[in-house]
Ligand binder design. Structure first.
Ligand code: HEM
Ligand SMILES: *[C@@H]1O[C@H](CO)[C@@H](O)[C@H](O)[C@H]1NC(C)=O
Ligand SMILES: *[C@@H]1O[C@H](CO)[C@@H](O)[C@H](O)[C@H]1NC(C)=O
Length: 519
């Protein structure tokens, strides 16, 4: 996807779809008489189907929970009762598309209060209406353009620095390493601070904050400082305090700069998220708004990007032919090359070695290199499809919503499941197998995004603003990993889906530096 062209286009398409939707949902007279809630069972009183859902998601194969219900009710949309509330569950791509596009109109996103407290009132995830629109497009402009040279150079440099810390033969927990590098990168992009004592002390608190998101807080947990949630609230204050200090300093500097008109070089170097915020809306954002905003970006990209990195490596390890295609010489049957668009036939076909050969050993990656990793993009898409880091999104109906013969009443909670669509054999052949090659036959999956058959980053007004950045970071990481190291699993590890998607042991691997690689 082209970084400069796609987001506005996507947004325009979303706006169009949303306009059409207002007509569909609101303008059409509802046929209340015949319409009803989608079919379903609400399970045991009070806890509903929560326990069944959680136990399904704790197994390596949670799909039956959805499969069973879809089969039983003969519908991709059914009613269940999870996390204390009646919830309409959608496994239907058409309904998911409507829900994503209707954000801010017929539906609004919905988070439990325990989470909104941790995020802070000015977080992008909680902002609504016109303010959300402005902040979202600002974020998309900033993060959706990792092509800008300093940004890609930072990514390249920080990822290499992490790998240099690994011994020539080391056992690492890949998820831990991925988290470190993701955190360092995000801090760099937000406030231009390089890893050091400051990032280290913020990270210690930050990790406690993240734990809070995945604890299930009981009433009054915030009053009990020894609970995970209570710890998280304390940690939030410290992280916010550290950010507040940096942002206040930058505000002061800006005033001085204005007076002195300092050198251009420094301005370019400081072109980070805080700079963007300081310049936006005629500098009218308050410190607290900027703090919440930065904190929510730090949170939103952390687990997702680091788990994506880890699982891409895990799937590649388990699919040696795919890994081979990424790094070592590989001979392609001619027929295969024809379906494989974008692959110049006169070049060797191993993606990353090839880039290194052309660039020489120590040259940092550039945008054009990122653009010449087509198979890596297939691997990343396939990892996103199979792993479903964000399994879906919660919405709440602002009005009665009609879909097919059903009416979903105003106030009802709705879950748009991406996982149910991504793993449905109707939409993907052998849907539960990791098969990166499926992305090469473009004509087959061309409409996957348009038809909401592939929505790992959501869509509509809340489309993930980090979607291109996450791809770039993981691509650069894979590039340096496969050209410098070989590895095998140190212990058997498996994926779990609750409370979040990750591997049970953080994927420990034995690394060996490849003999002719650079340090
Ligand atoms: C593999 C990586 C990622 C995945 C799978 C992912 C997925 C998503 C999804 C599905 C949403 C939509 C939520 C909704 O509609 O309610 C979202 C929103 C968001 N993402 Fe990501 N994300 C990833 C990486 C990132 C990164 C790297 C950042 C930033 C540094 C980021 C920042 C955000 C923010 C701020 C939102 C909220 C947007 C809004 O509410 O307007 N994400 N993400
Ligand atoms: C990233 O940060 C961690 C902890 O803050 C630090 O230990 C590590 O050295 C940093 N890594 C890089 C690559 O700079
Ligand atoms: C991967 O998915 C994105 C949507 O997230 C899509 O735009 C892109 O074309 C896909 N890449 C490949 C190689 O199919």
């Amino acid at each position: 996807m082209d970084a400069s062209g796609a987001p506005p286009l996507l947004l325009a398409a979303a706006a169009f779809a949303a306009a059409a939707l207002v007509w569909l949902f609101v303008a059409r007279p509802s046929r209340r008489g015949s319409a009803r809630l989608p079919p379903g069972s609400t399970g045991l009183p009070l806890i509903g189907e929560t326990l069944r859902l959680i136990s399904a998601y704790k197994t390596p194969n949670p799909e039956p929970f959805i499969d069973e219900r879809v089969a039983r009710h003969g519908s991709g949309v059914f009613t269940t009762h999870v996390f204390g509330e009646r919830t309409v569950f959608s496994a239907d791509p058409a309904f998911n598309r409507l829900l994503l596009a209707a954000e801010g109109r017929a539906v609004d996103c919905s988070y439990p209060s325990s989470i909104t407290t941790l995020l802070g009132p000015h977080s992008l995830l909680l902002t609504r209406g016109p303010a959300h629109k402005r902040l979202h497009s600002l974020t998309l402009t900033r993060l959706g353009r990792p092509a800008s040279p300093p940004l890609l150079a930072h990514i390249d440099r920080l990822i290499l620095a992490t790998m240099r810390d690994w011994e020539p033969a080391a056992t690492v927990r890949l998820l831990d390493e991925a988290k470190k590098v993701t955190f360092n990168l995000t801090v760099k992009q937000l406030v231009s601070i390089d890893p050091g004592p400051w990032t280290e002390s913020v990270r210690r608190e930050y990790v406690k904050l993240i734990d809070g998101f995945f604890s299930i807080p009981f009433p009054f947990a915030h009053l009990l400082p020894f609970t995970t949630y209570g710890q998280a609230l304390k940690a939030r204050k410290k992280v916010a305090g550290a950010l507040r200090e940096v942002i206040s300093r930058r505000m002061d500097e800006k005033l001085v700069d204005r007076a002195a008109d300092s050198g251009e070089d420094e301005k370019i170097e400081k072109k980070d998220m805080v700079q963007e915020l300081l310049e936006a809306e005629d500098g009218s954002f308050s410190v607290e708004e900027m703090v919440d905003f930065c904190l929510s970006l730090l949170v939103a990209g952390y687990e997702t990007t680091s788990v994506l990195m880890t699982l891409a490596v895990k799937f590649l390890t388990e699919t040696p032919t795919a890994l081979a295609q990424l790094k070592v010489p590989y001979s392609f049957p001619v027929l295969y090359l024809e379906v494989c668009q974008g692959y110049p036939t006169n070049q060797p076909k191993e993606e990353h070695e090839n880039i290194r050969d052309i660039k020489g050993k120590n040259q940092p990656l550039e945008w054009s290199d990122y653009k010449s990793m087509p198979f890596t993009q297939c691997v990343i898409n396939e990892t996103l499809r199979v792993a479903n880091l964000i399994s879906g999104v919660f919405r709440r109906a602002n009005t009665d919503i009609q879909f097919k013969d059903y009416i979903i009443p105003k106030g009802c909670k709705i879950f748009a499941s991406f996982r149910a669509v991504h793993l449905n054999t109707e939409h993907y052949e052998n849907a539960r197998t990791f098969d990166p090659w499926r992305w090469q036959s473009k004509n087959k999956l061309q409409n996957a995004v348009g038809a909401s058959l592939f929505t790992p980053f959501g869509g509509g007004p809340r489309l993930c603003p980090g979607y291109e950045l996450a791809r770039v970071v993981v691509s650069v990481f894979l590039h340096h990993l496969v050209t410098r190291f070989s590895w095998e699993e140190a212990e058997e590890d498996r994926i779990v889906f609750f409370p979040t998607t990750r591997t049970l042991k953080g994927y420990p691997i034995n690394l060996r530096r490849r003999p002719n690689s650079v340090a």
